[in-house]
Design a protein around this ligand. Structure first.
Ligand code: HEC
Ligand code: HEC
Length: 251
């Protein structure tokens, strides 16, 4: 059994003091589904339990996709889209996980519902950053990082569109850093963001202030330790992205 599966199992059966097969027997699976298969070590592994592990993992990926979309939507000043994505996270239930982990998920759902309920982009940014921190808390409490796939930056060039793809990539890596949690991802994003210089085609104070603020936040992000400081900083970052996009859109 690999490390990943072990982490998932701790969500499903840790602390029950019984064998994995017995714990699944308490669930809704009928005995006919309790077929045992042998893994490489020859130990018996329950098919029902394996399915639960896969289901848990699949839901984690749904949450990840949705939360990353929430981040992008807020950065683009699109509250309605952020709320649609937040609804997805609020609606994912995991009735099969151990009662002791349910409060973690309840907090996650509550934070997602806050994004859905707010009428204000700044509040949505705060709730979204808190939401990511809550994912990170549970992963940390379970003694492991969520393994988030490496996402290489595929865009080069100096056009505004390319620079913006770099902004998006860097912000998403910082978001990964909160969710993992992962210092390495957080720093990877912050470092990239701190090196981006966008050439504004026009003299516009609002845009210049936003661009400068992004750079300052990125430099601060490189030294702020893991914890609430990062969460708050990320919320400010999303709001700053949104301010510039909002200013461009509204003129
Ligand atoms: C109740 C605790 C808990 C909460 C809350 C939680 N996770 Fe997880 N997460 C886990 C566990 C346990 C694993 C390991 C599952 C596995 O690998 O089988 C995991 C793994 C993951 C993975 C990696 C899955 C894989 O294929 O290895 C991702 C992505 C993820 N979580 C995203 C999220 C996001 C995004 C949130 C918040 C919206 C979140 N998680 C909230 C417990 C939690
Ligand atoms: C100084 C103003 C400014 C700031 C700050 C800014 N952007 Fe942008 N953004 C723009 C402009 C202008 C465009 C349109 C660029 C184009 O397509 O030519 C844009 C477009 C984008 C797009 C593409 C939108 C689409 O509809 O395809 C993304 C994604 C994006 N920005 C992400 C971000 C993120 C994430 C941040 C914050 C980390 C950010 N931007 C900060 C000015 C800004």
């Amino acid at each position: 059994m690999n490390m990943k599966t072990t982490a998932s199992l701790s969500l499903l059966i840790a602390g029950c003091g019984c064998s994995s097969t017995a714990s699944v027997d308490r669930g809704s699976h009928s005995p006919s589904q309790q077929t045992s298969i042998a893994d490489e070590s020859g130990a018996s592994q329950d098919v029902g339990l394996a399915a639960l592990v896969l289901d848990t993992r699949r839901k984690m990926h749904t949450r990840l996709g949705a939360i990353q979309n929430i981040g992008i939507a807020i950065a683009l000043s699109d509250l309605a889209r952020a709320q649609t994505e937040a609804r997805t996270i609020a609606s994912i239930d995991e009735p099969k996980i151990l009662p002791e982990w349910q409060p973690f998920l309840a907090r996650v759902r509550l934070s997602a519902e806050e994004v859905v309920a707010t009428k204000d982009l700044t509040a949505a940014a705060k709730s979204a950053a808190n939401l990511a921190a809550l994912c990170g808390h549970c992963h940390e409490a379970l003694g492991r990082q969520a393994k988030l796939e490496e996402q290489p930056l595929l865009v080069g060039g100096k056009t505004m569109a390319a620079e913006m793809m770099k902004h998006q990539w860097a912000a998403a890596r910082m978001f990964d850093g909160l969710i993992g949690p992962s210092d390495e991802r957080w720093r990877q994003g912050a470092e990239r963001l701190s090196t981006i210089h966008i050439e504004l085609a026009e003299k516009n104070t609002t845009l210049e202030i936003s661009a400068g603020r992004i750079r300052h936040l990125a430099l601060d992000a490189m030294i702020v330790p893991r914890g609430d400081g990062r969460t708050a900083l990320f919320a400010s970052l999303l709001v700053t992205c949104a301010e510039c996009h909002g200013a461009i859109r509204d003129r």
